[in-house]
Design a protein around this ligand. Structure first.
Ligand SMILES: Nc1ncnc2c1ncn2[C@@H]1O[C@H](COP(=O)(O)OP(=O)(O)OP(=O)(O)O)[C@@H](O)[C@H]1O
Ligand SMILES: [Mg+2]
Length: 351
């Protein structure tokens, strides 16, 4: 797997531990996602008024956008305990039965990566979500019987980075789905100020803007870049989170002004200099930057496409005018994006 520590939206165990300290604890402290926050606030407070467990809640969105944070906030807002498990931890339906049968009334069950749960457990979850019941199978073979067991009413909070991979019957059993979007620069700046405050390091406004601009719309990346800048400022600079220190630190980690890292830039560079901006096939492009096609496609391209630097067309990858500009290169007169072809082709969504 390609090394891209600085701008990966994923986090390893160590980083997740660090993140705990930076999590907002209430809906009020949770920055951005205005619509989700408002809807959620309504769902939670109306349930509280009726003195019932709220509907099951599904959160979908990319890594590092705040799903786990929001799950914890939901339990905190309701003032109920939170039980945490994840799809991969549920290998058999018995694993799920053990969790469900020990829930307290009103408890929030957070099921992270719910799309990775074992299939047989899904059936059990359907019944539990709908009827607050699990059917415990006793015995084996033809003599086996299912004994229905009532469980306490609870609220399931599911999180997934791949809502499309959830079977429809499961998706339908959630009363509310929160779609988490990428954050804009203002929101990321607010998150950065908040985190800097918690780290005890005052953040200059220009530095906040600079870091936000390089954070790919993702709070996790923003917080990570902030820590890098803080470390840099402590070791190399005067300890202050200034624009100068922010730029120097992020240049050192090869995260450019718009959040592109070395691989992103290598892809654009090869695409432009060697292939005149494309179109070029994925595998050729990958070989040219010395990476697996899968890495290029899954690690680098989503952000390049999302930020309008790269188009996937039926005949291959094409650099957009924005990409030429960002890389400071001049497209040849016959570059592939001429005459609206990129836009047309990109619409087909084909690779
Ligand atoms: N809206 C937000 N306001 C403030 N901080 C946030 C917000 N969203 C996320 N963060 C911070 O970003 C980090 C990552 O968030 P979180 O762990 O909730 O992401 P996630 O969506 O669960 O990611 P994954 O899919 O990898 O589990 C945390 O440190 C969290 O505090
Ligand atoms: Mg999470």
């Amino acid at each position: 797997m390609h090394e891209r520590e600085a701008v990966s939206p994923e986090a390893d165990v160590d980083e997740r531990r660090l993140e705990g300290a930076l999590r907002p604890r209430s809906l009020e402290d949770f920055v951005g996602q205005e619509r989700v926050r408002e809807q959620l606030s309504l769902v939670l407070h109306s349930a509280q008024r009726r003195n019932r467990a709220p509907d099951h809640i599904l959160m979908s969105g990319g890594p590092g956008l705040g799903k786990t944070t929001l799950a914890m906030i939901i339990a905190a807002e309701l003032g109920v305990p939170l039980r945490i498990t994840s799809g991969p931890a549920i290998e058999r339906s018995g694993d799920l039965a053990a969790v469900l049968s020990t829930l307290q009334e009103g408890e929030v069950l957070f099921l992270d990566e719910i799309h990775r749960m074992a299939r047989p457990a899904e059936e059990m979850l359907y019944v539990a979500m709908e009827d607050f019941r699990v059917d415990v199978v006793v015995g084996k073979g033809p003599g086996a019987t299912a004994i229905p067991l009532d469980i306490a009413p609870f609220t399931l909070v599911g999180a997934t980075t791949r809502a499309g991979m959830l079977p429809a019957p499961l998706r339908d059993r959630f009363g509310f789905t929160a779609h988490m979007d990428f954050y804009d620069a203002d929101e990321l700046e607010r998150i950065l100020y908040r985190s800097a405050g918690l780290l005890g390091a005052p953040l200059d406004p220009e530095a906040a803007r600079e870091i936000a601009g390089r954070s790919r719309g993702t709070p996790r990346i923003a917080n990570r870049l902030l820590r890098r800048v803080r470390d840099y400022a402590e070791v190399r600079g005067d300890g202050d989170l200034t624009l100068h220190n922010a730029r120097a630190a992020l240049d050192l980690y090869e995260v450019d002004a718009l959040g592109l890292d070395r691989l992103d830039r290598a892809i654009l560079d090869v695409l432009m200099r060697r292939f005149r901006g494309g179109p070029v096939g994925l595998s050729t492009l990958a070989v040219s930057v010395g990476e697996e096609a899968e890495t290029v496609e899954e690690v680098a391209e989503p952000f390049l496409v999302r930020s309008g630097f790269l188009a996937r067309t039926p005949r291959g990858r094409v650099a957009t005018p924005q990409a030429w500009e960002h890389m400071g290169l001049t497209p040849p007169p016959d570059a592939a994006f001429g005459a609206g072809r990129v836009e047309d082709a990109a619409d087909t969504g084909a690779a």
